[in-house]
Design a protein around this ligand. Structure first.
Ligand SMILES: [Zn+2]
Length: 310
């Protein structure tokens, strides 16, 4: 089946299934993702998998497509020169970003040619002033170019939470000329943005800068349930969500015995994600997937309640 233009597909209003976690899934499959980490900071996270285990990254993409994902996110979350620079690989940023794009595109072409690939990227310092205002626009522009060269269908600016960062990020990636989805992180239990800013303030600040969809991500499922109706009121375009189900700030990234999978994923099963997915569809969500600690089984369960597989 020929792949429909992504914006045209969104405009149909039909729902789409986004894939699940990459970093925690690599970790679950035995890939060490804590190079450059300190006791309380993540280091380069999944970026070094482009050097250490690209074949595992490929397998994860394949497994999510087999589970029914309509959109894969490339493993380029932190393949920027800041994070890779922590482990002496700063000059590999563009190369690893392109490779991340190609692995997802190849898996898609082979398994689900009607599906989409989103080129993902996150703020190199997690939104920390005064460094991110300097590094974020440069790194995002580089990643957007590299991902476009790799053939992705759209960009996913994610794990971002402050309005100033978001505006800078959208301006940095817009020249690539691809559709843009925005993934807002760490939604509070009350359903607000992490620093007390409102969705209305975000939409106002974005002004004429075009964002094709806004999703709530890397937040507890309950926070997403609280936030989606607020986002719906503030933003008229397509919305969605991909919760994390196992990440806590208390995680020690250097604890080799510690599996993110072992946190609260025992109590939040694929069936729970499917049940929440139904609720979120009813709240107006069009794009649903999973963040930290979700697995292909979660996406397969979600697929069963989201109609219209590509
Ligand atoms: Zn996450």
């Amino acid at each position: 089946m020929a792949r429909q233009d992504f914006r045209e597909r969104l405009a149909t209003g039909k729902p789409l299934v986004l894939d699940g976690a990459m970093g925690s899934e690599l970790q679950r499959r035995g890939v060490w993702v804590s190079h450059g980490a300190t006791k309380d900071k993540l280091g380069a996270w999944s970026a070094t998998a482009m050097r250490d285990a690209p074949e595992v990254v490929r397998e994860v993409h394949e497994d999510y497509f087999k589970a029914g994902a309509d959109i894969a996110t490339t493993n380029s979350f932190w393949t920027n020169s800041v994070k890779l620079g922590l482990v002496g690989l700063g000059d590999k940023a563009a190369e690893y970003t392109r490779l991340a794009g190609r692995l997802a595109v190849e898996a898609r072409d082979r398994l689900r040619p009607g599906a989409y690939v989103a080129g993902g990227m996150a703020p190199p310092h997690g939104g920390r002033a005064p460094v991110d205002p300097i590094d974020l626009p440069r790194e995002f522009a580089m990643q957007a170019r590299a991902l476009k060269e790799a053939g992705v269908d759209l960009l996913l600016v994610e794990y971002i939470g402050y309005v100033d960062d978001i505006v800078a990020a959208i301006e940095a990636v817009q020249p690539a000329g691809l559709p843009i989805m925005l993934g807002l992180r760490h939604i509070t239990d009350e359903g607000d943005m992490q620093a007390g800013e409102t969705f209305e303030q975000l939409v106002t600040a974005l002004g004429p800068r075009k964002v094709d969809a806004i999703l709530l991500m890397c937040s507890k499922p309950a926070a997403i349930s609280a936030g989606l109706p607020r986002l719906r009121r503030a933003f008229a375009g397509p919305i969605g969500a991909y919760p994390n189900i196992g990440y806590t700030r208390a995680s020690d990234p250097l604890d080799e015995g510690h599996q993110w999978h072992g946190l609260d994923t025992e109590s939040y099963t694929p069936r729970h994600l499917a049940e929440d997915g139904r609720t979120w569809l009813a709240m107006g969500a069009q794009i649903l997937g999973g963040c930290c600690a979700t697995t292909p089984d979660h996406i397969a369960a979600l697929r069963k309640v989201v109609p219209g597989a590509l």
